[in-house]
Design a protein around this ligand. Sequence first.
Ligand code: HEM
Length: 411
Amino acid sequence: MNIDDAGLTLADPDAYADEDRLHTALRVLREQDPVHWVDPRPDFNPFWAVTRHSDLLEVERQNEKFINEPRPILVKAEQDRHTAENGQMLRTLVHIDDPEHKRMRSVVADWFRPRALRELDVDIRRLAKRYVDKMADLGGECDFVREVTVDYPLYVILSLLGLPESDFPRILQLTQELFGIDDEELQRGRSPEELMQVLLDFFDYFKQITADRRANPTGDLASTIANARIDGEHLSDLDTASHYVIIATAGHDTTSSTIAGGLHALVAHPEERERLRRDPELIPTAVEEMIRWVTPVKEFMRTATTDCELGGKRIGAGESLLLCYPSANRDEAVFDDPFRFDVGRDPNRHLSFGFGAHVCLGATLARMEARAFFAELLPRLDWAEAAGEPQWSSTTFVGGLKHLPLRYRIR
Ligand code: HEM
């Protein structure tokens, strides 16, 4: 594959559904031109593809030189144009920079600290058991993604928010429509107008939640968001809704992709599954390896605020950089044998949760959920094998397996 084709691969949603193709391109980029100018016009606006672990870290560390606004993720050029004309449809934590970012992040940060989350541990274990029980009830064969993992992290996060179970299907749909925008099976529409409609539906929904929690404050995260004040004022409707949307959506496709991709890797590497079963103390390193292996978030972007240099390239002020996490996580300079799935890998300096000011707020929660799930599943799972071809979602942003047909015996 030549270097320009390798660069263009990063802007092709279907490439992310074909791991061999994606990793062939990433290897070419890392080896030949690790900070590479990609021009996928007319579909997408151009960007620098940053593919080495060390360069990604250098960008993420300098959040004044490389900022999230106005282009935090890769979207179609048509969508960039719509944003330039109308402003961002959402202003979540990933859309804003300091000092505003710091203030907004502090509204919810306490909820995601390890000590606060420890109180949730019992609930998470109970939910993990419920989903492993469900797998058992399915009678030895299922589509593990659609029937098991897709709901589990959703339940955890929406319980934290305090939203009623009857609203879960709606939130699931929102996530899939926002993140599955490039995947025909998951999307409602592709145009900025259709996407706007999805968001407007949800703004209405969250507006009611805000009104309710302001009138009747409770002890849940939704109430914290609704009643937060910055400089004495409640957050605007847009900021409130943006907080709900990112918390309700960021934490489940990512976590369910980790669990599904992790189980797929264990089925494909039975010796690693056996190793883990014999030594459950390895669950934390195994989960870390699953998060590296799957890398559910494919990219975030930054825009340079000044002319500068990165990896020997001149980056102009206003140019955007695409942080290619799947590439950093297979970087031969950092990981021994990066294409080996090793449940005992330690150290494991993966960048799946990003780094720096925007580092994933839900990393501790995601780890707890995956650990609880495998701690429940592994002692009960006698064997498992593929019952059909797995399928990955087409997306340049968040994704992983969308179908994982499995046959198994479980107690
Ligand atoms: C941000 C990955 C689970 C909430 C991020 C970022 C990444 C990421 C790469 C951007 C980091 C950066 O720009 O440097 C993941 C992965 C997950 C996961 C791989 C699962 C394995 C969760 C969960 C939540 C969550 C469970 C819970 C609500 C957030 C939020 C942000 C974020 C709110 C924005 C932080 C900010 O911009 O300040 N995540 N995430 N994530 N994540 Fe996660």
